[in-house]
Design a protein around this ligand. Structure first.
Ligand code: IDC
Length: 338
């Protein structure tokens, strides 16, 4: 009898062990879905819906939760010339295939831009709307160039930024770059005079907005910045690898040691003309230096013009791999790994 009882108990244990193991069989299936969830979280972390309004903390950029954040993306060429390239499909490719989280709208002021033809503003608005839909950050760039001193058009700038910042006051996506490249002897004092007029207009509508301010000598003299009296300001450094080398990285080092927060809101792999070949070894040096310092980067430019800085081959219009120039192929890899 005892023997039978023992056998019965053993059978019971056996059955329950089998039961547990077969329950465990379900767990690998649950595990399989986990990596996908994690991937999605990483992706989500890159965009405005997760990060909200960006803030400046020391020399770094942080999200609304105080976590470090880096903007990376492509700039348009002049939207008055290449506006047709900036379709929602192309912007989506830049987000999904190139791993970028921001697009910069270069709204030239002169050269057929806003001051000459205010209808370009409509292009800016439709681009902003598309980028908000895509959950990307967008830099609205008041692209001064031949009009070398921003004080030339202070009133026009105030009017423009008032309209845009009141329209998008609740949108963390929108970042304002109030003067692309002061040049022709414009000093940081001139820039300060202009910024002190324009920034309050934007902040009155959108108090939490991030604002980028250009620096003298085509946004190279970051070592000459005297911080403005506002929070959440980034100062811009622009470089073109064929022209600007170690001496300009030294200016960035000086600026960082002066506690000046920097963004590279424009750089090119070409020389400063936007042409003249590609300089990828020098760009490699720049990129590793900037990555080390967690500095945001935006490249010039999404254009199909026959010039070395353009990312599309002439007479192509879709941002797919077949259409990329040498600059385009290189930059895609940069952003995928930044
Ligand atoms: C260049 C364009 C070129 C155009 C020229 C003048 O690449 O096709 O003819 O502007 O409009 C900048 C400027 C940017 C320049 C770029 C290259 O911000 O507008 O674009 N660059 O010269 N600063 C340094 C270089």
């Amino acid at each position: 009898m005892k023997k039978y009882l023992k056998l019965f108990l053993l059978l019971l244990i056996f059955v329950s062990v089998i039961g547990c193991t077969s329950n465990k069989d379900d767990t690998p299936k649950k595990k399989e879905t986990k990596p996908k969830q994690e991937e999605k979280v990483v992706e989500k972390n890159n965009y405005p819906s997760y990060n909200g309004f960006l803030k400046v903390d020391g020399t770094k950029l942080v999200n609304e939760k105080g976590e470090e954040f880096i903007l990376k993306g492509v700039s348009s060429h002049g939207i008055q010339w290449f506006g047709n390239l900036y379709t929602k499909d192309n912007l989506k490719l830049l987000k999904e295939d190139w791993n970028t989280n921001v697009f910069r709208i270069a709204m030239y002021t002169k050269e057929g831009g806003y001051i000459d033809d205010s209808s370009v503003k409509e292009k800016v608005i439709s681009l902003i709307d598309n980028l908000i839909d895509l959950d990307m950050y967008v830099i609205v760039d008041w692209h001064i160039l031949s009009d070398n001193n921003p004080t030339m058009y202070t009133n026009e700038s105030k009017e423009f930024f008032n309209e845009i910042s009141s329209k998008y006051k609740d949108k963390p996506n929108v970042i304002y770059e109030i003067c692309n490249e002061p040049n022709g002897g414009t000093t940081f004092d001139d820039i300060t005079t202009y910024a002190n007029e324009v920034i309050p207009v934007i902040r009155n509508n959108s108090p939490k907005s991030l604002i980028i301010v250009g620096t003298p000598t085509w946004s190279q003299d970051v070592d000459k910045v005297n911080k403005l009296g506002f929070d959440n300001i980034l100062y811009s450094l622009h470089f073109y690898s064929g022209t600007h080398t170690e001496y300009l990285r030294d200016k960035v080092r000086t600026a960082l040691s002066n506690n000046i927060p920097i963004i590279v809101s424009e750089f090119g792999v070409s020389d400063a003309s936007g042409n003249g070949g590609v300089f990828l070894d020098e760009t490699d040096k720049w990129i590793s230096f900037l990555k080390e310092n967690k500095i945001s980067i935006i490249s010039w430019s999404l254009a199909n013009k026959n010039e070395s800085s353009a990312i599309l081959k002439e007479s192509t219009s879709i941002v797919n791999d077949d259409n990329l120039t040498e600059a385009g192929k290189y930059l895609k890899e940069v952003f995928k790994n930044y």
